[in-house]
Design a protein around this ligand. Structure first.
Ligand SMILES: [Zn+2]
Length: 110
Protein backbone atom coordinates (compact mmCIF):
# COMPACT_ATOMS: atom_id res chain seq x y z
CA UNK A 1 0.00 0.00 0.00
CA UNK A 2 1.48 3.27 -1.10
CA UNK A 3 0.96 6.53 0.64
CA UNK A 4 -1.17 9.01 -1.32
CA UNK A 5 0.44 12.21 -2.59
CA UNK A 6 0.01 15.18 -0.34
CA UNK A 7 -2.48 17.78 -1.47
CA UNK A 8 -0.18 20.63 -0.52
CA UNK A 9 1.68 22.12 -3.46
CA UNK A 10 5.29 22.51 -2.48
CA UNK A 11 7.29 20.31 -0.19
CA UNK A 12 10.80 21.66 0.35
CA UNK A 13 11.76 18.66 2.47
CA UNK A 14 11.96 16.47 -0.62
CA UNK A 15 14.89 18.36 -2.16
CA UNK A 16 17.97 16.32 -2.99
CA UNK A 17 20.73 16.52 -0.45
CA UNK A 18 23.34 19.21 -0.71
CA UNK A 19 24.02 22.64 0.67
CA UNK A 20 21.07 24.89 -0.10
CA UNK A 21 23.14 28.03 0.32
CA UNK A 22 25.68 26.85 -2.25
CA UNK A 23 23.30 27.64 -5.09
CA UNK A 24 23.37 31.35 -4.28
CA UNK A 25 27.14 31.38 -3.98
CA UNK A 26 27.53 29.55 -7.27
CA UNK A 27 25.48 32.23 -8.97
CA UNK A 28 27.76 34.97 -7.65
CA UNK A 29 30.80 33.01 -8.71
CA UNK A 30 29.36 32.80 -12.19
CA UNK A 31 28.88 36.58 -12.33
CA UNK A 32 32.42 37.07 -11.04
CA UNK A 33 33.64 35.29 -14.15
CA UNK A 34 32.25 38.17 -16.20
CA UNK A 35 35.02 40.55 -15.19
CA UNK A 36 37.64 38.18 -16.57
CA UNK A 37 39.02 39.17 -19.95
CA UNK A 38 37.60 36.22 -21.87
CA UNK A 39 34.04 36.69 -20.61
CA UNK A 40 31.57 39.52 -20.65
CA UNK A 41 28.17 40.45 -19.27
CA UNK A 42 24.96 40.62 -21.20
CA UNK A 43 21.73 42.21 -19.99
CA UNK A 44 18.89 40.02 -21.17
CA UNK A 45 16.42 42.84 -20.53
CA UNK A 46 17.85 45.41 -22.97
CA UNK A 47 20.75 43.71 -24.78
CA UNK A 48 23.52 45.84 -23.28
CA UNK A 49 26.92 44.11 -23.33
CA UNK A 50 29.28 47.01 -22.66
CA UNK A 51 28.19 49.18 -19.71
CA UNK A 52 27.67 47.87 -16.20
CA UNK A 53 28.12 49.02 -12.63
CA UNK A 54 30.10 46.27 -10.92
CA UNK A 55 30.44 46.30 -7.14
CA UNK A 56 33.50 44.34 -6.01
CA UNK A 57 34.89 43.88 -2.52
CA UNK A 58 38.61 43.34 -2.89
CA UNK A 59 41.56 42.62 -0.64
CA UNK A 60 44.66 44.12 -2.17
CA UNK A 61 48.31 44.62 -1.36
CA UNK A 62 49.57 48.03 -2.40
CA UNK A 63 53.07 49.30 -2.70
CA UNK A 64 52.86 52.81 -1.32
CA UNK A 65 55.82 55.01 -2.19
CA UNK A 66 56.03 57.78 0.40
CA UNK A 67 57.96 60.97 0.04
CA UNK A 68 59.64 62.54 3.04
CA UNK A 69 56.63 64.76 3.62
CA UNK A 70 54.38 61.77 4.16
CA UNK A 71 52.48 61.91 0.88
CA UNK A 72 52.29 58.65 -0.97
CA UNK A 73 51.25 57.18 -4.23
CA UNK A 74 50.43 53.60 -5.12
CA UNK A 75 53.05 52.22 -7.49
CA UNK A 76 51.94 48.59 -7.47
CA UNK A 77 48.72 46.89 -6.53
CA UNK A 78 48.11 43.16 -6.31
CA UNK A 79 44.62 41.76 -5.88
CA UNK A 80 44.80 39.05 -3.23
CA UNK A 81 41.10 38.26 -3.14
CA UNK A 82 37.95 39.76 -4.51
CA UNK A 83 34.26 39.06 -4.19
CA UNK A 84 31.63 40.29 -6.55
CA UNK A 85 28.78 42.12 -4.87
CA UNK A 86 26.42 43.05 -7.67
CA UNK A 87 26.24 43.83 -11.38
CA UNK A 88 23.81 46.50 -12.55
CA UNK A 89 23.01 47.36 -16.15
CA UNK A 90 23.80 51.01 -16.88
CA UNK A 91 21.13 51.19 -19.55
CA UNK A 92 18.04 49.80 -17.83
CA UNK A 93 19.14 49.44 -14.21
CA UNK A 94 18.29 45.77 -13.92
CA UNK A 95 20.33 43.54 -11.67
CA UNK A 96 18.35 40.34 -12.14
CA UNK A 97 18.71 40.03 -15.91
CA UNK A 98 22.52 39.98 -16.08
CA UNK A 99 24.23 36.85 -17.28
CA UNK A 100 27.77 35.93 -18.19
CA UNK A 101 28.75 34.81 -21.63
CA UNK A 102 32.02 34.03 -23.32
CA UNK A 103 33.54 37.03 -25.03
CA UNK A 104 33.31 36.82 -28.83
CA UNK A 105 37.04 37.47 -29.30
CA UNK A 106 38.03 34.20 -27.63
CA UNK A 107 38.31 31.12 -29.84
CA UNK A 108 35.21 28.92 -29.95
CA UNK A 109 35.26 25.71 -27.98
CA UNK A 110 33.81 23.58 -30.76
ZN1 LIG B 1 19.80 46.37 -19.34
Amino acid sequence: MTSPPRPTGSDPATRPSGAPDAAVEADLTDLARGIESDHRYRCDACGNVTRFDVVVTATTRRYHHFDLGGASRVEEEEILDQQLGSVTCRWCGRTDAIRVERAPVSPPEH
